[in-house]
Ligand binder design. Structure first.
Ligand code: HEM
Length: 516
Protein backbone atom coordinates (compact mmCIF):
# COMPACT_ATOMS: atom_id res chain seq x y z
CA UNK A 1 0.00 0.00 0.00
CA UNK A 2 2.78 2.27 1.05
CA UNK A 3 4.58 1.50 -2.21
CA UNK A 4 1.44 2.31 -4.18
CA UNK A 5 1.10 5.62 -2.34
CA UNK A 6 4.73 6.43 -3.05
CA UNK A 7 4.48 5.66 -6.76
CA UNK A 8 1.31 7.74 -7.23
CA UNK A 9 2.97 10.63 -5.39
CA UNK A 10 5.95 10.23 -7.70
CA UNK A 11 3.70 10.11 -10.79
CA UNK A 12 1.87 13.22 -9.59
CA UNK A 13 5.15 15.12 -9.03
CA UNK A 14 6.44 14.04 -12.45
CA UNK A 15 3.19 15.17 -14.06
CA UNK A 16 3.37 18.57 -12.36
CA UNK A 17 6.99 18.88 -13.40
CA UNK A 18 6.15 18.03 -17.03
CA UNK A 19 3.25 20.47 -17.04
CA UNK A 20 5.46 23.25 -15.68
CA UNK A 21 8.13 22.43 -18.29
CA UNK A 22 5.52 22.51 -21.04
CA UNK A 23 4.21 25.85 -19.80
CA UNK A 24 7.74 27.25 -19.70
CA UNK A 25 8.41 26.07 -23.26
CA UNK A 26 5.10 27.46 -24.52
CA UNK A 27 5.90 30.74 -22.83
CA UNK A 28 9.46 31.12 -24.12
CA UNK A 29 8.85 29.76 -27.65
CA UNK A 30 5.36 31.04 -28.32
CA UNK A 31 3.96 33.65 -25.92
CA UNK A 32 7.18 35.59 -25.38
CA UNK A 33 8.11 35.84 -29.11
CA UNK A 34 4.54 36.94 -29.96
CA UNK A 35 4.72 39.60 -27.24
CA UNK A 36 8.11 40.77 -28.51
CA UNK A 37 6.75 40.79 -32.08
CA UNK A 38 3.84 43.01 -31.00
CA UNK A 39 6.17 45.28 -29.04
CA UNK A 40 8.53 45.66 -32.00
CA UNK A 41 5.63 46.35 -34.39
CA UNK A 42 4.28 48.94 -31.93
CA UNK A 43 7.74 50.53 -31.90
CA UNK A 44 7.35 51.15 -35.62
CA UNK A 45 9.59 48.55 -37.27
CA UNK A 46 8.36 46.64 -40.32
CA UNK A 47 9.73 43.47 -41.82
CA UNK A 48 8.88 40.14 -43.46
CA UNK A 49 6.13 38.12 -41.76
CA UNK A 50 7.55 35.34 -39.58
CA UNK A 51 6.09 31.85 -39.24
CA UNK A 52 6.19 29.79 -36.08
CA UNK A 53 8.58 28.10 -35.33
CA UNK A 54 11.01 28.96 -38.16
CA UNK A 55 10.63 32.72 -38.28
CA UNK A 56 11.99 33.71 -41.72
CA UNK A 57 14.58 30.95 -41.98
CA UNK A 58 12.79 29.07 -44.76
CA UNK A 59 13.00 32.11 -47.02
CA UNK A 60 16.64 32.64 -46.10
CA UNK A 61 17.45 29.07 -47.06
CA UNK A 62 16.13 29.49 -50.59
CA UNK A 63 18.92 29.15 -53.15
CA UNK A 64 20.67 32.29 -54.33
CA UNK A 65 19.52 33.52 -57.70
CA UNK A 66 22.44 33.92 -60.09
CA UNK A 67 23.56 37.51 -60.38
CA UNK A 68 26.24 39.37 -62.26
CA UNK A 69 28.80 38.60 -59.59
CA UNK A 70 28.82 34.88 -60.47
CA UNK A 71 30.75 35.35 -63.66
CA UNK A 72 33.87 33.79 -65.05
CA UNK A 73 37.32 35.33 -64.86
CA UNK A 74 36.84 37.69 -67.78
CA UNK A 75 34.21 39.71 -65.99
CA UNK A 76 34.42 40.06 -62.23
CA UNK A 77 31.55 42.16 -60.91
CA UNK A 78 31.86 43.61 -57.43
CA UNK A 79 28.13 44.19 -57.10
CA UNK A 80 27.85 41.32 -54.63
CA UNK A 81 25.20 42.18 -52.06
CA UNK A 82 22.27 40.53 -53.84
CA UNK A 83 24.24 37.31 -54.31
CA UNK A 84 25.79 36.96 -50.84
CA UNK A 85 22.69 38.14 -48.94
CA UNK A 86 19.82 37.67 -51.45
CA UNK A 87 17.14 37.67 -48.73
CA UNK A 88 18.35 40.93 -47.17
CA UNK A 89 18.56 42.49 -50.58
CA UNK A 90 14.93 41.48 -51.32
CA UNK A 91 13.66 42.59 -47.91
CA UNK A 92 15.49 45.92 -48.21
CA UNK A 93 13.47 46.60 -51.37
CA UNK A 94 10.21 46.13 -49.51
CA UNK A 95 11.06 47.27 -45.96
CA UNK A 96 13.89 49.79 -46.25
CA UNK A 97 17.28 49.80 -44.51
CA UNK A 98 16.05 49.06 -40.99
CA UNK A 99 13.56 46.24 -40.37
CA UNK A 100 12.95 43.18 -38.22
CA UNK A 101 13.37 39.58 -39.35
CA UNK A 102 13.26 36.37 -37.33
CA UNK A 103 15.64 33.49 -36.84
CA UNK A 104 13.23 30.95 -35.38
CA UNK A 105 11.69 32.64 -32.36
CA UNK A 106 14.50 35.24 -32.09
CA UNK A 107 13.83 38.72 -33.48
CA UNK A 108 16.73 40.45 -35.25
CA UNK A 109 16.85 44.12 -36.11
CA UNK A 110 18.47 44.43 -39.54
CA UNK A 111 20.43 47.66 -39.97
CA UNK A 112 21.97 48.99 -43.17
CA UNK A 113 21.43 52.67 -42.35
CA UNK A 114 24.54 54.39 -40.92
CA UNK A 115 22.54 57.32 -39.54
CA UNK A 116 20.28 54.97 -37.54
CA UNK A 117 23.39 53.14 -36.34
CA UNK A 118 25.06 56.37 -35.29
CA UNK A 119 22.04 57.51 -33.30
CA UNK A 120 21.70 54.11 -31.65
CA UNK A 121 25.38 53.67 -30.81
CA UNK A 122 25.69 57.08 -29.17
CA UNK A 123 23.12 55.85 -26.65
CA UNK A 124 25.16 52.80 -25.56
CA UNK A 125 28.65 52.39 -24.05
CA UNK A 126 30.87 49.53 -25.34
CA UNK A 127 30.42 47.72 -22.03
CA UNK A 128 26.64 48.06 -22.28
CA UNK A 129 26.32 46.11 -25.54
CA UNK A 130 25.39 42.45 -25.52
CA UNK A 131 26.13 39.76 -28.11
CA UNK A 132 23.17 37.69 -29.40
CA UNK A 133 22.75 34.85 -26.87
CA UNK A 134 21.46 32.61 -29.64
CA UNK A 135 24.82 32.88 -31.46
CA UNK A 136 26.82 32.58 -28.26
CA UNK A 137 25.28 29.16 -27.61
CA UNK A 138 25.56 28.04 -31.21
CA UNK A 139 29.18 29.15 -31.66
CA UNK A 140 30.38 28.03 -28.27
CA UNK A 141 32.65 25.25 -29.66
CA UNK A 142 34.43 27.88 -31.79
CA UNK A 143 34.79 30.92 -29.53
CA UNK A 144 33.67 29.77 -26.06
CA UNK A 145 33.72 32.82 -23.81
CA UNK A 146 36.45 34.56 -25.78
CA UNK A 147 36.53 38.35 -26.24
CA UNK A 148 34.27 38.32 -29.32
CA UNK A 149 31.40 36.85 -27.31
CA UNK A 150 31.88 38.49 -23.92
CA UNK A 151 29.83 41.30 -22.41
CA UNK A 152 29.84 43.70 -19.46
CA UNK A 153 32.60 43.60 -16.85
CA UNK A 154 34.07 40.35 -18.20
CA UNK A 155 34.47 41.90 -21.66
CA UNK A 156 36.05 45.00 -20.09
CA UNK A 157 38.53 42.93 -18.06
CA UNK A 158 39.57 40.73 -21.01
CA UNK A 159 39.86 43.67 -23.41
CA UNK A 160 42.19 45.48 -20.96
CA UNK A 161 44.41 42.45 -20.67
CA UNK A 162 44.50 41.67 -24.40
CA UNK A 163 44.78 45.08 -26.05
CA UNK A 164 48.30 45.88 -24.66
CA UNK A 165 49.58 42.54 -25.98
CA UNK A 166 48.84 43.88 -29.47
CA UNK A 167 50.66 47.18 -28.92
CA UNK A 168 52.95 48.40 -31.75
CA UNK A 169 56.04 47.44 -29.74
CA UNK A 170 54.93 43.83 -29.29
CA UNK A 171 53.82 43.64 -32.91
CA UNK A 172 57.23 44.65 -34.22
CA UNK A 173 58.74 41.61 -32.52
CA UNK A 174 56.45 39.45 -34.70
CA UNK A 175 57.56 40.85 -38.06
CA UNK A 176 60.48 38.46 -38.64
CA UNK A 177 58.17 35.45 -38.17
CA UNK A 178 55.80 36.89 -40.77
CA UNK A 179 58.68 37.27 -43.22
CA UNK A 180 59.85 33.71 -42.47
CA UNK A 181 56.47 32.06 -43.14
CA UNK A 182 55.80 34.13 -46.28
CA UNK A 183 59.25 33.34 -47.67
CA UNK A 184 58.63 29.62 -47.15
CA UNK A 185 55.31 29.93 -49.00
CA UNK A 186 57.00 31.74 -51.89
CA UNK A 187 59.67 29.04 -52.08
CA UNK A 188 56.91 26.44 -52.42
CA UNK A 189 55.33 28.49 -55.22
CA UNK A 190 58.66 28.89 -57.00
CA UNK A 191 59.25 25.12 -56.86
CA UNK A 192 55.75 24.54 -58.24
CA UNK A 193 56.42 26.98 -61.11
CA UNK A 194 59.73 25.29 -61.90
CA UNK A 195 57.89 22.02 -62.31
CA UNK A 196 55.60 23.70 -64.87
CA UNK A 197 52.57 24.50 -62.70
CA UNK A 198 51.86 28.22 -62.81
CA UNK A 199 48.32 27.95 -61.39
CA UNK A 200 48.11 28.26 -57.62
CA UNK A 201 45.11 28.26 -55.31
CA UNK A 202 46.15 31.44 -53.61
CA UNK A 203 43.33 31.40 -51.05
CA UNK A 204 44.30 27.99 -49.67
CA UNK A 205 47.99 28.90 -49.57
CA UNK A 206 47.52 32.24 -47.87
CA UNK A 207 45.10 30.91 -45.27
CA UNK A 208 47.64 28.20 -44.37
CA UNK A 209 50.46 30.74 -44.12
CA UNK A 210 48.40 33.21 -42.06
CA UNK A 211 47.50 30.32 -39.75
CA UNK A 212 51.15 29.47 -39.34
CA UNK A 213 51.92 33.13 -38.62
CA UNK A 214 49.29 33.47 -35.88
CA UNK A 215 50.41 30.18 -34.32
CA UNK A 216 54.00 31.37 -34.14
CA UNK A 217 53.45 35.00 -33.24
CA UNK A 218 50.70 34.53 -30.70
CA UNK A 219 51.37 31.15 -29.16
CA UNK A 220 54.96 30.35 -30.01
CA UNK A 221 53.85 27.02 -31.50
CA UNK A 222 55.09 25.58 -34.74
CA UNK A 223 54.57 22.63 -37.03
CA UNK A 224 52.39 19.72 -36.06
CA UNK A 225 50.66 21.25 -33.02
CA UNK A 226 49.70 24.36 -34.93
CA UNK A 227 48.62 22.38 -37.97
CA UNK A 228 46.36 20.20 -35.86
CA UNK A 229 44.60 23.15 -34.19
CA UNK A 230 44.15 24.86 -37.56
CA UNK A 231 42.81 21.73 -39.27
CA UNK A 232 40.29 21.18 -36.50
CA UNK A 233 39.25 24.85 -36.55
CA UNK A 234 38.70 24.62 -40.30
CA UNK A 235 36.63 21.42 -39.87
CA UNK A 236 34.64 23.16 -37.12
CA UNK A 237 33.98 26.14 -39.37
CA UNK A 238 32.71 23.83 -42.14
CA UNK A 239 30.50 21.95 -39.69
CA UNK A 240 28.98 25.09 -38.22
CA UNK A 241 28.68 27.38 -41.22
CA UNK A 242 28.77 25.50 -44.53
CA UNK A 243 25.07 24.73 -44.56
CA UNK A 244 22.20 26.84 -43.26
CA UNK A 245 21.06 25.56 -39.90
CA UNK A 246 18.12 26.15 -37.62
CA UNK A 247 19.63 28.61 -35.16
CA UNK A 248 16.92 30.20 -33.00
CA UNK A 249 14.32 27.50 -33.79
CA UNK A 250 13.00 25.57 -30.76
CA UNK A 251 14.73 22.17 -30.68
CA UNK A 252 16.70 23.38 -33.74
CA UNK A 253 19.76 21.60 -32.38
CA UNK A 254 18.07 18.27 -32.98
CA UNK A 255 17.43 19.03 -36.68
CA UNK A 256 21.15 18.72 -37.31
CA UNK A 257 22.06 16.53 -34.42
CA UNK A 258 25.00 14.87 -36.19
CA UNK A 259 26.59 18.17 -37.09
CA UNK A 260 26.04 19.64 -33.64
CA UNK A 261 27.61 16.64 -31.95
CA UNK A 262 30.52 16.79 -34.37
CA UNK A 263 31.01 20.51 -33.61
CA UNK A 264 30.99 19.81 -29.86
CA UNK A 265 33.54 17.03 -30.30
CA UNK A 266 35.84 19.22 -32.41
CA UNK A 267 35.50 22.09 -29.92
CA UNK A 268 36.56 19.78 -27.07
CA UNK A 269 39.52 18.44 -29.07
CA UNK A 270 40.72 21.98 -29.80
CA UNK A 271 40.35 22.90 -26.12
CA UNK A 272 42.46 19.90 -25.18
CA UNK A 273 45.22 20.79 -27.65
CA UNK A 274 45.31 24.39 -26.47
CA UNK A 275 45.25 23.35 -22.83
CA UNK A 276 48.39 21.28 -23.49
CA UNK A 277 50.07 24.27 -25.13
CA UNK A 278 49.16 26.49 -22.15
CA UNK A 279 50.31 23.93 -19.58
CA UNK A 280 53.64 23.45 -21.32
CA UNK A 281 54.18 27.18 -21.64
CA UNK A 282 53.35 27.71 -17.96
CA UNK A 283 55.87 25.06 -16.94
CA UNK A 284 58.52 26.58 -19.19
CA UNK A 285 57.81 30.08 -17.87
CA UNK A 286 58.15 28.87 -14.28
CA UNK A 287 61.44 27.09 -14.90
CA UNK A 288 62.94 29.90 -17.00
CA UNK A 289 61.52 32.71 -14.85
CA UNK A 290 61.25 34.63 -18.13
CA UNK A 291 58.05 35.72 -19.88
CA UNK A 292 57.79 35.38 -23.63
CA UNK A 293 56.40 38.49 -25.25
CA UNK A 294 53.95 36.78 -27.60
CA UNK A 295 50.24 37.01 -26.88
CA UNK A 296 50.13 33.82 -24.81
CA UNK A 297 53.20 34.85 -22.82
CA UNK A 298 51.56 38.13 -21.92
CA UNK A 299 48.22 36.50 -21.11
CA UNK A 300 49.97 33.95 -18.89
CA UNK A 301 51.64 36.75 -17.02
CA UNK A 302 48.23 38.21 -16.33
CA UNK A 303 47.04 34.75 -15.33
CA UNK A 304 49.66 34.59 -12.57
CA UNK A 305 48.07 37.72 -11.20
CA UNK A 306 44.76 35.85 -11.10
CA UNK A 307 43.17 37.83 -13.90
CA UNK A 308 42.32 35.08 -16.41
CA UNK A 309 41.39 31.52 -15.44
CA UNK A 310 42.75 28.57 -17.44
CA UNK A 311 39.31 28.10 -19.01
CA UNK A 312 39.29 31.78 -20.04
CA UNK A 313 42.79 31.44 -21.45
CA UNK A 314 41.76 28.47 -23.59
CA UNK A 315 38.78 30.41 -24.97
CA UNK A 316 40.90 33.47 -25.75
CA UNK A 317 43.52 31.32 -27.50
CA UNK A 318 40.79 29.71 -29.60
CA UNK A 319 39.31 33.10 -30.48
CA UNK A 320 42.70 34.46 -31.51
CA UNK A 321 43.72 31.37 -33.40
CA UNK A 322 40.66 31.67 -35.62
CA UNK A 323 40.02 35.44 -35.65
CA UNK A 324 43.70 36.20 -35.98
CA UNK A 325 44.31 34.48 -39.28
CA UNK A 326 41.21 33.93 -41.38
CA UNK A 327 40.20 37.59 -41.77
CA UNK A 328 43.73 38.82 -42.57
CA UNK A 329 44.22 35.95 -45.03
CA UNK A 330 40.97 36.80 -46.78
CA UNK A 331 41.87 40.47 -47.08
CA UNK A 332 45.09 39.39 -48.82
CA UNK A 333 43.26 36.86 -50.98
CA UNK A 334 40.71 39.39 -52.24
CA UNK A 335 43.52 41.87 -52.77
CA UNK A 336 45.34 39.46 -55.06
CA UNK A 337 42.16 38.94 -57.07
CA UNK A 338 41.67 42.68 -57.46
CA UNK A 339 45.31 43.26 -58.36
CA UNK A 340 45.19 40.37 -60.82
CA UNK A 341 42.29 42.11 -62.56
CA UNK A 342 43.94 45.58 -62.31
CA UNK A 343 47.47 45.22 -63.57
CA UNK A 344 47.97 48.99 -63.38
CA UNK A 345 47.53 48.86 -59.59
CA UNK A 346 49.90 45.91 -59.35
CA UNK A 347 52.54 48.05 -61.06
CA UNK A 348 51.75 51.15 -59.01
CA UNK A 349 52.23 49.19 -55.80
CA UNK A 350 55.53 47.73 -57.04
CA UNK A 351 56.79 51.22 -57.83
CA UNK A 352 55.77 52.41 -54.39
CA UNK A 353 57.51 49.47 -52.71
CA UNK A 354 60.71 50.32 -54.57
CA UNK A 355 60.48 54.00 -53.68
CA UNK A 356 59.71 53.46 -50.00
CA UNK A 357 61.69 50.31 -49.18
CA UNK A 358 64.37 50.27 -51.85
CA UNK A 359 65.44 47.16 -53.73
CA UNK A 360 66.67 45.16 -50.79
CA UNK A 361 63.43 43.54 -49.70
CA UNK A 362 65.23 40.68 -47.89
CA UNK A 363 66.15 43.13 -45.11
CA UNK A 364 62.70 44.55 -44.78
CA UNK A 365 62.73 47.56 -42.45
CA UNK A 366 59.30 47.47 -40.90
CA UNK A 367 59.62 51.03 -39.61
CA UNK A 368 59.25 52.11 -43.24
CA UNK A 369 56.00 50.21 -43.86
CA UNK A 370 53.94 53.24 -42.81
CA UNK A 371 55.19 54.95 -45.99
CA UNK A 372 53.26 52.50 -48.20
CA UNK A 373 50.31 54.87 -48.63
CA UNK A 374 48.96 53.47 -51.88
CA UNK A 375 49.07 49.98 -50.44
CA UNK A 376 46.98 51.16 -47.49
CA UNK A 377 44.45 52.67 -49.94
CA UNK A 378 44.28 49.36 -51.81
CA UNK A 379 43.71 47.51 -48.55
CA UNK A 380 40.94 49.91 -47.49
CA UNK A 381 39.24 49.54 -50.87
CA UNK A 382 39.45 45.75 -50.75
CA UNK A 383 37.97 45.74 -47.23
CA UNK A 384 35.17 47.93 -48.56
CA UNK A 385 34.26 45.76 -51.53
CA UNK A 386 34.93 42.40 -49.84
CA UNK A 387 34.74 42.88 -46.05
CA UNK A 388 36.00 39.58 -44.57
CA UNK A 389 33.64 40.16 -41.60
CA UNK A 390 30.46 40.83 -43.57
CA UNK A 391 28.34 41.81 -40.59
CA UNK A 392 28.56 43.07 -37.02
CA UNK A 393 26.29 41.82 -34.27
CA UNK A 394 24.91 43.26 -31.07
CA UNK A 395 22.12 42.60 -28.58
CA UNK A 396 20.32 45.38 -26.70
CA UNK A 397 20.66 45.08 -22.94
CA UNK A 398 18.20 47.91 -22.30
CA UNK A 399 15.55 49.79 -24.28
CA UNK A 400 17.33 52.09 -26.75
CA UNK A 401 15.62 55.22 -28.01
CA UNK A 402 16.33 56.28 -31.61
CA UNK A 403 14.29 59.38 -32.41
CA UNK A 404 10.68 58.31 -31.89
CA UNK A 405 11.44 54.56 -32.16
CA UNK A 406 12.34 52.24 -29.28
CA UNK A 407 14.61 49.26 -29.80
CA UNK A 408 13.38 46.98 -27.00
CA UNK A 409 15.75 45.39 -24.49
CA UNK A 410 16.83 41.95 -25.73
CA UNK A 411 16.56 42.79 -29.44
CA UNK A 412 19.35 41.20 -31.49
CA UNK A 413 20.97 43.35 -34.16
CA UNK A 414 22.50 42.40 -37.47
CA UNK A 415 24.44 45.23 -39.07
CA UNK A 416 24.87 44.51 -42.76
CA UNK A 417 28.38 45.75 -43.57
CA UNK A 418 28.31 44.44 -47.16
CA UNK A 419 25.14 46.43 -47.88
CA UNK A 420 26.52 49.66 -46.43
CA UNK A 421 29.86 49.30 -48.24
CA UNK A 422 28.12 48.91 -51.62
CA UNK A 423 25.34 51.43 -51.22
CA UNK A 424 25.32 54.09 -53.94
CA UNK A 425 23.54 56.46 -51.56
CA UNK A 426 26.77 56.66 -49.53
CA UNK A 427 29.48 55.96 -52.12
CA UNK A 428 28.06 57.48 -55.28
CA UNK A 429 27.52 55.90 -58.69
CA UNK A 430 30.89 54.12 -58.63
CA UNK A 431 30.12 52.24 -55.42
CA UNK A 432 30.79 48.88 -57.05
CA UNK A 433 34.04 49.88 -58.78
CA UNK A 434 37.54 49.18 -57.51
CA UNK A 435 38.93 52.68 -56.93
CA UNK A 436 41.61 52.74 -54.21
CA UNK A 437 42.24 56.43 -54.89
CA UNK A 438 39.01 57.26 -53.06
CA UNK A 439 40.98 56.61 -49.84
CA UNK A 440 43.96 58.73 -50.85
CA UNK A 441 42.95 61.90 -49.02
CA UNK A 442 40.16 60.57 -46.88
CA UNK A 443 40.42 57.72 -44.35
CA UNK A 444 36.67 57.19 -44.81
CA UNK A 445 37.01 56.77 -48.58
CA UNK A 446 34.77 59.75 -49.37
CA UNK A 447 31.78 57.95 -47.88
CA UNK A 448 28.94 60.41 -47.35
CA UNK A 449 28.40 59.10 -43.83
CA UNK A 450 31.13 58.52 -41.29
CA UNK A 451 29.54 55.26 -40.14
CA UNK A 452 29.10 53.90 -43.65
CA UNK A 453 32.53 52.20 -43.65
CA UNK A 454 32.89 49.58 -40.91
CA UNK A 455 35.31 46.78 -41.91
CA UNK A 456 36.53 46.51 -38.30
CA UNK A 457 33.24 47.23 -36.55
CA UNK A 458 32.52 50.31 -34.47
CA UNK A 459 32.85 52.01 -31.08
CA UNK A 460 34.73 50.53 -28.14
CA UNK A 461 34.23 47.02 -29.48
CA UNK A 462 36.11 47.72 -32.69
CA UNK A 463 38.48 44.92 -33.75
CA UNK A 464 41.36 44.59 -31.29
CA UNK A 465 43.63 42.94 -33.88
CA UNK A 466 43.54 45.54 -36.64
CA UNK A 467 47.12 46.78 -36.14
CA UNK A 468 48.37 43.23 -36.46
CA UNK A 469 46.42 42.93 -39.71
CA UNK A 470 47.88 46.17 -41.11
CA UNK A 471 51.42 44.98 -40.47
CA UNK A 472 50.91 41.44 -41.74
CA UNK A 473 49.08 42.67 -44.84
CA UNK A 474 51.88 45.04 -45.79
CA UNK A 475 54.67 42.53 -45.14
CA UNK A 476 53.06 39.67 -47.05
CA UNK A 477 51.93 41.81 -49.99
CA UNK A 478 55.30 43.56 -50.27
CA UNK A 479 57.12 40.24 -50.44
CA UNK A 480 54.68 38.73 -52.95
CA UNK A 481 54.61 41.71 -55.31
CA UNK A 482 58.37 42.02 -55.23
CA UNK A 483 58.79 38.51 -56.55
CA UNK A 484 55.72 37.55 -58.61
CA UNK A 485 53.07 38.89 -60.96
CA UNK A 486 49.49 37.69 -60.90
CA UNK A 487 46.76 36.99 -63.45
CA UNK A 488 43.36 35.40 -62.96
CA UNK A 489 43.26 31.72 -63.99
CA UNK A 490 40.80 30.97 -66.83
CA UNK A 491 38.82 28.55 -64.66
CA UNK A 492 38.23 31.06 -61.84
CA UNK A 493 34.54 31.47 -61.11
CA UNK A 494 33.71 34.62 -59.15
CA UNK A 495 31.30 33.51 -56.49
CA UNK A 496 31.83 35.21 -53.12
CA UNK A 497 29.92 33.47 -50.33
CA UNK A 498 29.43 33.72 -46.60
CA UNK A 499 30.84 31.01 -44.39
CA UNK A 500 30.97 33.15 -41.26
CA UNK A 501 33.53 35.20 -43.23
CA UNK A 502 33.20 36.43 -46.83
CA UNK A 503 35.27 34.16 -49.02
CA UNK A 504 35.58 32.96 -52.60
CA UNK A 505 33.41 29.84 -52.60
CA UNK A 506 35.65 27.93 -55.02
CA UNK A 507 39.05 29.16 -53.89
CA UNK A 508 41.15 31.62 -55.87
CA UNK A 509 43.18 30.03 -58.67
CA UNK A 510 45.67 32.56 -60.05
CA UNK A 511 48.38 32.28 -62.66
CA UNK A 512 51.52 33.24 -60.79
CA UNK A 513 54.69 34.09 -62.72
CA UNK A 514 58.11 35.25 -61.57
CA UNK A 515 58.93 38.91 -62.23
CA UNK A 516 61.63 39.34 -64.80
C1 HEM B 1 41.22 42.06 -42.05
C2 HEM B 1 41.31 41.61 -40.81
C3 HEM B 1 40.23 41.73 -39.79
C4 HEM B 1 38.93 42.13 -39.93
C5 HEM B 1 38.20 42.57 -41.20
C6 HEM B 1 38.33 42.06 -38.61
C7 HEM B 1 37.01 42.43 -38.35
C8 HEM B 1 36.47 42.46 -37.08
C9 HEM B 1 35.14 42.92 -36.79
C10 HEM B 1 34.12 43.44 -37.80
C11 HEM B 1 34.96 42.80 -35.46
C12 HEM B 1 33.68 43.11 -34.67
C13 HEM B 1 33.77 44.52 -34.13
C14 HEM B 1 32.50 44.99 -33.50
O1 HEM B 1 31.75 44.17 -32.96
O2 HEM B 1 32.23 46.20 -33.56
C15 HEM B 1 36.18 42.25 -34.89
C16 HEM B 1 36.37 42.01 -33.55
C17 HEM B 1 37.46 41.31 -33.08
N1 HEM B 1 38.58 40.95 -33.79
FE1 HEM B 1 38.97 41.36 -35.72
N2 HEM B 1 39.24 41.59 -37.72
C18 HEM B 1 40.42 41.38 -38.38
C19 HEM B 1 41.60 40.92 -37.83
C20 HEM B 1 41.74 40.47 -36.55
C21 HEM B 1 42.95 39.92 -36.01
C22 HEM B 1 44.27 39.78 -36.75
C23 HEM B 1 42.67 39.54 -34.72
C24 HEM B 1 43.55 38.92 -33.69
C25 HEM B 1 44.83 39.07 -33.61
C26 HEM B 1 41.29 39.90 -34.46
C27 HEM B 1 40.62 39.69 -33.27
C28 HEM B 1 39.39 40.23 -32.96
C29 HEM B 1 38.78 40.15 -31.64
C30 HEM B 1 39.34 39.41 -30.43
C31 HEM B 1 37.57 40.85 -31.72
C32 HEM B 1 36.56 41.09 -30.60
C33 HEM B 1 36.80 42.48 -30.04
C34 HEM B 1 35.82 42.86 -28.95
O3 HEM B 1 34.66 42.45 -29.01
O4 HEM B 1 36.24 43.59 -28.04
N3 HEM B 1 40.76 40.45 -35.60
N4 HEM B 1 37.08 42.06 -35.90
Amino acid sequence: MELLGFSSAFAFTALVFLLLLLLKLIFSWWVSPIRTHMKIKKCGFGGPTPNFPFGNIEEMKKKNFVTDSSLGSSNVSHDIHSSVFPYFSRWQNSHGKVFVYWLGTEPFLYIADPEFLKKMSTEVMAKGWGKPSVFRNDRDPMFGNGLVMLEGNDWHRHRHIIAPALSPLNLKAMASMMVESTTQMMERWAAQMNSGHAEIDVEREIIATAGEIIAKTSFGIRDQNAREVLEKLRALQMTLFKTARYVGVPFGKFFNIKKNLEAKKLGKEINKLLLNVITERKKAAESQSKTQTDLLGLLLKEHHQQKLSVRELVDECKTFFFGGHETTALSLTWTLLLLATHEDWQNQLRDEIRQVLGDNIEDLDINLLAGLKKMKCVMNEVLRLYPPSPNVQRQAREDIQVDNLTVPNGTNMWIDVVAMHHDQAFWGKEANEFKPERFMDDANGGCFHKMGYLPFGFGGRMCVGRNLTFMEYKIVLTLLLSRFKFKVAPNYHHSPAIMLSLRPSNGLPLIVEPLN
